[in-house]
Design a protein around this ligand. Structure first.
Ligand code: JHZ
Length: 396
């Protein structure tokens, strides 16, 4: 049974940046109720109202994984590990985006799957074989007819965006070699709850996995974890290494039980933990609004840094508009001169000069705090301050 524990109000689609301001309406399906539930049987956390994938992932999807050095480094490191440890014959990536990971592999040995045609075009242009498709059973059957030696499947920040998880894993199981390895990485719900990073919830993130819930899911497909790595990316993620249960050549590492134990001890099996998180979110909202209002009372200027999907949740839930935040800066070309979804806050193409007479910066991309702080030494040196809501609203 899916029991609600969080209500983030009416929210627009997170990655739809409009050029001109318009008041969105839920009657016209421009705003959707964003509520989150915990399934007491499967332990899976999911949005209660799910949006059809075609509405979210289309030919205008703006997010590019290559936009940050942090992600490029993380993918580079992983590619070295994959080549050394698994030596794959044929590598398939689900949700290859702009090829931030795949570019570390040779073209002959790779297959990309990407539903957004603007992104699929990028990897195609670079010479990587790319299926411009959603990941589903009919695509998996097509791939299976052509290839029978896919021994590594990888998906980062992708599977939690797909509604039918049973179909997702059935499809992976169909194409994966019997000794093959599946690697998945996604934000960790344990980290999300510890950091009260409720902005991980927006319409694209249909699910947030815990190791407990993912274990329950993959077991149905005769799959099991053999390693779980903790990552600092995207605010604290887990990288799950998965194999078929029947494959005894690969040993299951201690890290698997360690993660499961940590989650059980924290109470992730328990609905009360989720209800407590819901209350912490409400408190976080109130405190963030107070910080921003107090600053505005002193007539100081605040801008946003990183027009993230996550920031859409914050702005709309906390009712923050351009009376509070003057504008956002962002390096993504497709977000330039557009507005934060649901709000009248403009996004400007990042330039150092835009920070010159600014007193405070709200960190929309708090998950890249280290990278941003390194870049904005001059702002910090002259006394500029950052505002964040993670792990609790504060000025840094
Ligand atoms: P970032 C997206 O979420 C959507 P978002 C998606 N659903 C998902 O799961 C995650 O990515 C993985 C900008 N930036 O990664 C670039 C700067 O301007 O936190 C991006 O617009 N300057 C697929 O949008 C944004 O911040 C910088 O120096 O929440 C970061 O977006 C840096 C480092 C970033 O994901």
């Amino acid at each position: 049974m899916n029991k609600k524990f969080l209500d983030l109000g009416y929210q627009p689609l997170a990655n739809k940046y409009l050029k001109n301001y318009k008041k969105l309406s839920f009657k016209k399906n421009e705003l959707y109720k964003l509520t989150v539930g915990f399934n007491t049987r499967t332990k899976l956390v999911s949005l209660i109202k799910k949006i059809p994938d075609k509405k979210m992932f289309d030919s205008t999807y703006p997010y590019k994984s290559s936009i940050s050095k942090t992600m490029l480094n993380s993918f580079k490191k992983l590619s070295i590990k994959i080549k050394k440890q698994f030596k794959p014959n044929l590598f398939l990536e689900i949700g290859s985006n702009d090829g931030a990971l795949i570019k570390n592999f040779t073209r002959k040995k790779t297959i990309c799957v990407e539903p957004c045609s603007n992104l699929a075009k990028i990897t195609k242009k670079k010479g990587y074989f790319t299926y411009n498709n959603y990941w589903n059973l009919s695509l998996a059957k097509k791939i299976k007819q052509k290839y029978n030696n896919i021994d590594l499947v990888y998906a980062a920040n992708t599977l939690t965006h797909i509604n039918d998880l049973n179909e997702v894993f059935k499809s992976i199981s169909l194409i994966l070699d019997k000794n093959g390895v599946l690697i998945i990485e996604d934000p960790s719900f344990l980290e999300c709850i510890k950091k009260v990073s409720y902005d991980q919830f927006y319409n694209e993130h249909i699910y947030i996995f815990s190791a407990i819930s993912l274990k329950n899911l993959i077991t149905k497909f005769d799959l099991e974890f053999f390693n779980i790595e903790k990552l600092t990316t995207h605010g604290g993620s887990l990288r799950y290494y998965i194999k078929r249960i029947a494959n005894k050549k690969i040993k299951v590492m201690k890290s698997v039980q360690n993660q499961l134990t940590d989650e059980i001890e924290f109470g992730l099996n328990n609905y009360n933990t989720y209800k407590k998180f819901g209350r912490a979110v409400y408190k976080s909202k109130k405190n963030l609004i107070k910080i921003i209002k107090d600053i505005k009372y002193t007539k100081k200027r605040i801008i946003g840094y990183g027009a993230t999907a996550k920031a859409t949740t914050i702005l709309n839930y906390c009712c923050i508009d351009n009376n509070m935040i003057d504008y956002f800066v962002d390096t993504t070309p497709d977000k330039e001169n557009k507005l934060m979804p649901g709000k009248n806050i403009q996004i400007k193409k990042y330039h150092k000069n835009l920070l010159v007479d600014i007193d405070y910066i709200y960190l929309g991309a708090w998950n890249f705090k280290d990278e941003i702080f390194k870049k904005e030494k001059a702002f910090i040196k002259r006394g500029g301050k950052f505002i964040t809501h993670v792990p609790y609203p504060k000025i840094i």
